[in-house]
Write a protein that binds this ligand. Structure first.
Ligand code: AMP
Length: 157
């Protein structure tokens, strides 16, 4: 029997659509395989391009409007007081997946001892990302199921 699992590209990875909680015309929101905090999600352009400079104006607009919408909802849902939003734009900046994406991470006062330590945590050259245990597909799908209804009014498809 052949499998008909739906997938979408994230760099070299095939992402199960069960792990996607938001879609717009040109972008999607993905739960994280190795989050550095609760609610750490990714916003990704549907077209596979490595760098922010590769995006068209329409894609930049859609990616940032999606980031704004997702950030607003995620901050509230995870009881954040702020957000860190980051793009590691190229390997020299710490990018490990060569498909442009925005990290959104809910923040609270004193969640990291030194506020900017979060950037070391994001950077695989400073924190051993390989040592982090990846979440299971079931775990990621369960989180996406929980988040998806929060975006009903924004969904493109
Ligand atoms: P960066 O190092 O800025 O390129 O970020 C890559 C992000 O993608 C990290 O937060 C990883 O945990 C995450 N990641 C890598 N592979 C997957 C995957 N298959 N599904 C979801 N997130 C992933």
């Amino acid at each position: 029997m052949s499998s008909t699992l739906q997938t979408i590209r994230f760099g070299p990875h095939r992402i199960l659509t069960s792990q996607i909680f938001f879609t717009s015309k040109l972008s999607y929101g993905l739960v994280n395989l190795k989050p550095i905090a609760r609610g750490h999600v990714l916003v990704v352009p549907k077209r596979l391009v490595p760098r922010f400079a590769d995006l068209t104006p329409d894609e930049v607009s859609d990616l940032f409007l999606s980031t704004q919408t997702i950030g607003r909802v995620i901050e509230k849902h995870f009881l954040g007081e702020a957000l860190t939003m980051a793009i590691q734009d190229g390997p020299a900046a710490g990018q490990t997946v060569p498909h442009c994406h925005v990290h959104i991470i809910p923040r609270r006062f004193r969640d990291w001892a030194n506020n900017d330590d979060i950037y070391a945590e994001l950077d695989h050259t400073k924190v051993d990302n390989e040592a982090r245990t990846p979440r299971s597909e079931e775990d990621m799908a369960a989180e996406a199921d929980q988040l998806r209804p929060l975006f009903d009014q924004y969904q493109d498809c």
